[in-house]
Design a protein around this ligand. Structure first.
Ligand SMILES: [Zn+2]
Ligand SMILES: [Zn+2]
Length: 74
């Protein structure tokens, strides 16, 4: 009688990585710096926090997981 389970077969949509919401200011921007843990930060916030997140201008540290990410390999 109940066949409500049938509709769960629908393919789950993969999250589109086109627009991301910045974790700092919440703005949805076309480009974010992203960490593998899912943290993302917009360019404005990255500039504002630059010297708190990066000590060399080559890599930045994710405040969420502490992982290091490189600039320019997005
Ligand atoms: Zn931001
Ligand atoms: Zn992270």
């Amino acid at each position: 009688m109940t066949d409500s389970a049938h509709r769960s077969a629908y393919k789950e949509k993969r999250r589109k990585a086109k627009a991301s919401a910045c974790y700092c200011c919440g703005a949805t921007v076309p480009f974010c710096w992203r960490c593998r843990c899912g943290f993302s930060i917009c360019q404005d916030c990255m500039h504002q926090n630059f010297w708190g997140m990066s000590c060399n201008g080559i890599t930045w540290q994710c405040p969420d997981c502490g992982g290091w990410n490189g600039f320019g390999n997005q």
